[in-house]
Design a binder for this molecule. Sequence first.
Ligand code: ADP
Ligand code: MG
Length: 184
Amino acid sequence: MTALYIPDEPGMLRVGQSLAPLLSPWLETGRGSISAAPKGALVFLHGQLGAGKTTLVRGLLRAYGVQGAVRSPTYTLIEPYQIKPHGIEPKEIEPKEFRAEPASKRIFHLDLYRLADPEELDYLGWQELLGDGGLLLIEWPERGAGLLPPPDFSISIEMQPPGRSLSFCGRGDWQQVATAAARA
Ligand code: ADP
Ligand code: MG
């Protein structure tokens, strides 16, 4: 486990951005580079309201070239994104290219805070999304307890005024993420 203190919002966006290279292999399904990579990944984002979970996701999606608004899925429960996981070159990606991307290169941002009934989660069809090689980033995974399997990655954010304290769990070089976030 790697702990990291992030003093402000720009820092949080940089952490999200620095996560992109670590999560990319999970999106590169059926490709040669990391052939052992399983299909799809489940990423849990823990932290109270206002901790910075959505901010972190925003940084990650920007790194993948998502140029439009990154809204909180508070009411929609899920927001889908089509991405191009070839590193951090957002300027080279045109919106029309997103539409041409295969279905496997998708990121789904979920916020289960307002999940009224656990069955709602099944209606979202998250199993299929994950099975297709999608990356599922889930805020308030606690609300889906008993329905969701253990995550591949888990990020916990704690309020530590003026900033936030982050801890990471899961396979991957978190130290590299921390170093990259601090350097950027
Ligand atoms: P959550 O999704 O966890 O409810 P948000 O991402 O919406 O939280 O962020 C809530 C607020 O916290 C935003 O105003 C954001 O600018 C701020 N914030 C995010 N990360 C940090 C940080 N590391 N330090 C200080 N403020 C932060
Ligand atoms: Mg949020």
